[in-house]
Design a protein around this ligand. Structure first.
Ligand code: DOR
Ligand code: ZN
Length: 418
C-alpha cells in the first residue's frame, strides 16, 4: 500500500507520496498517490531500553502486553533487557526468549545478553553464537540488589571490544536498603559520576539513562553514546510529593537543575529510551525501583514538540535515527528510500492528558498520569497498518530482528558463530 501526507524527510517537512513495496520504502515523490495520512508522518520510534519481564514475572508485564504498549505509543522496535527471572545469560535462554517474542510480540523485537559473574568466562562465545540477532551485552549492572547480575569494572574491561550497554552507578555510593523510599537520598549522584569517569577510562560504551549534568558533560568529551529517559527529562526529586511511595527508580530522580540541564541540552543527547521497568502498585509501595514508559515516551515528547520546547527533527533523530545508527539496526531509523516503512502519525490537535487506566502495561500505573501527550493515531510497521485509531495488529505480527549479514569482526574466528 502507498501513503500520502506531510512527512519528515531529510530534515524538512514535505508533502509527498510514499511508495511501499514488500514493507520497504521504494520511492518518495509528490507524484505518488496513496492512503492519505492526516497529521505529521514521523519515523516510528525505537526504544532501545525496555524490561518486558515475562517468564516468572508475568504479573508485572509480558512480551505481549509490553509490546502492545509499545505499539500504542508509536514504537516499532524494542530492545529488551536480560535481567529477567531467570536472566538471559546463555544461548538457550536467549533463543527461548526470542522464540516467545516471535510468537507474542506486536512490534519488532531485539534482545540483549546479560553479563554475570557466572558467564564472564564464556560471554564471548555466547555472544558470537547469537550474533545474527544483533545483540548487545547489557544492561550491565555495577550494582544489583541481589548481586545476581552485578559485575565489576574489571569484568567490563575484559569484554570492552563487544557492543555494550552500561547502567553506570558505582556501588560505593549507594547506601542503605535497596527498597528504601525515597531512594534518591541513598543513591548519590556521585554513584553515576564516578562510574562514568572510571568506565570512560576503560573504553567507549552505550550509557543508558544518564541522569546528571556532571556525567553528561564527561561523556560528551568521549565517543560513548548517551541515552536519557523521559522521566529524567520531565521529573525530579520534587515529584516525590506527588508520587509518594512510587518514586523509586534507578538511577533515581535528581535535582530540578539536572532535569532542566538535560532538557535544555536535548540536542546533545544521542538517544531517548524509556527504561520501561514495570512493577505492580503493590510492589511500588514496597519500594521496588522502576517506571513504565514505553507507551508514553513518544506521546510525551510529541507534546513537548507541540509546545515548542523541542523540535520534531531533533525528536525524530533521538527516538529513531540515532537508535538505529548506534545499535546497527539496518533498514530502521529515518524515513528514507530503502528503509522499512515504519511510521507513527501524529495529529497536533490531539493533545490529551495521559490516563493510566487507558494504558496497556500490566503494571497498572504511570508516573505521568495527567501529563500532556499526543498519541499517534496511526502506526505503520513494515508497510502494514498496525494501528488506525484502534490496534489492528495481533501478537506475533512483530518480527524478531535478525540480520544474517551482520559483520562482526569479534566473532569471525569464533567456533560458535553459526
Ligand atoms: O529502576 C530500575 N528498574 N532501574 C534498573 O536499572 C532496572 C529496572 C528494573 O528492571 O526494574
Ligand atoms: Zn533498565
Amino acid at each position: 500500500m502507498n501513503f500520502y501526507g506531510k512527512l519528515i524527510y531529510k530534515g524538512r517537512v514535505i508533502e509527498a507520496g510514499i511508495e511501499v513495496e514488500n514493507g520497504i520504502v521504494k520511492n518518495i515523490s509528490k507524484r505518488i498517490r496513496g492512503k492519505k495520512l492526516r497529521g505529521l508522518i514521523m519515523p516510528a520510534g525505537i526504544d532501545v531500553h525496555v524490561h518486558f519481564r515475562d517468564f516468572n514475572e508475568k504479573h508485572k508485564e509480558t512480551i505481549e502486553s509490553g509490546s502492545l504498549s509499545a505499539l500504542n505509543g508509536g514504537i516499532c522496535l524494542v530492545v529488551d533487557q536480560p535481567n529477567t527471572d531467570p536472566p538471559i545469560e546463555n544461548k538457550e535462554s536467549y533463543i527461548k526468549r526470542v522464540e516467545i517474542a516471535g510468537k507474542k510480540s506486536y512490534v519488532d523485537y531485539s534482545l540483549n545478553l546479560a553479563l554475570t559473574k557466572r558467564n564472564v568466562g564464556e560471554i564471548r562465545d555466547i555472544y558470537c553464537s547469537i550474533s545474527n540477532f544483533n545483540p548487545r551485552i547489557g544492561e550491565i549492572f555495577l550494582y544489583n540488589t541481589n548481586k545476581n547480575l552485578q559485575v565489576e569494572y574489571e569484568d567490563i574491561a575484559r569484554v570492552k571490544d563487544l557492543r555494550i550497554t552500561i547502567h553506570a552507578e558505582d556501588p560505593l555510593f549507594i547506601h542503605g536498603d535497596e527498597n528504601t523510599i525515597p531512594n534518591f537520598k541513598y543513591r548519590e549522584k556521585k554513584a553515576e559520576v564516578i562510574a562514568v569517569k572510571r568506565l570512560a577510562e576503560i573504553g567507549n560504551f552505550h550509557f543508558c539513562h544518564i541522569s546528571t549534568k556532571e556525567a553528561f558533560c564527561i561523556l560528551k568529551e568521549t565517543d560513548s553514546s548517551i541515552e536519557v529517559t523521559p522521566h529524567h527529562l520531565l521529573l525530579s526529586k520534587e515529584d516525590y510529593e506527588r508520587l509518594g511511595n512510587f518514586v523509586n527508580v534507578n538511577p533515581p530522580l535528581r535535582d530540578r537543575e539536572d532535569k532542566h540541564f538535560l532538557l535544555e541540552n536535548f540536542k546533545e543527547i544521542d538517544i531517548v529510551a524509556s527504561d520501561h521497568a514495570p512493577h505492580t502498585k503493590e510492589e511500588k509501595l514496597e519500594g521496588y525501583a522502576g517506571f513504565p514508559g514505553v507507551e508514553t515516551m513518544y506521546p510525551l515528547l510529541m507534546a513537548l514538540a507541540f509546545k515548542g520546547i523541542i523540535n520534531v527533527f531533533d525528536l525524530a533523530e533521538k527516538i529513531a535515527e540515532k537508535p538505529a545508527e548506534v545499535f546497527g539496526f539496518k533498514r530502521y531509523g529515518e524515513i528514507d528510500i530503502g528503509n522499512y516503512a515504519n511510521f507513527a502519525v501524529f495529529n497536533f490537535s490531539a493533545l490529551e492528558k495521559i490516563k493510566s487506566e487507558k494504558l496497556n502495561s500490566l503494571c497498572g500505573w504511570t508516573p505521568f498520569d495527567r501529563f500532556d501527550a499526543i498519541f499517534p493515531h496511526v502506526v505503520i510497521i513494515r508497510g502494514e497498518i498496525f494501528k488506525d485509531g484502534e490496534i489492528l495488529a495481533t501478537p506475533g505480527d512483530g518480527m524478531v530482528y535478525e540480520n544474517m549479514v551482520y559483520e562482526n569482526v569479534v566473532c569471525e574466528n569464533s567456533e560458535n558463530n553459526k
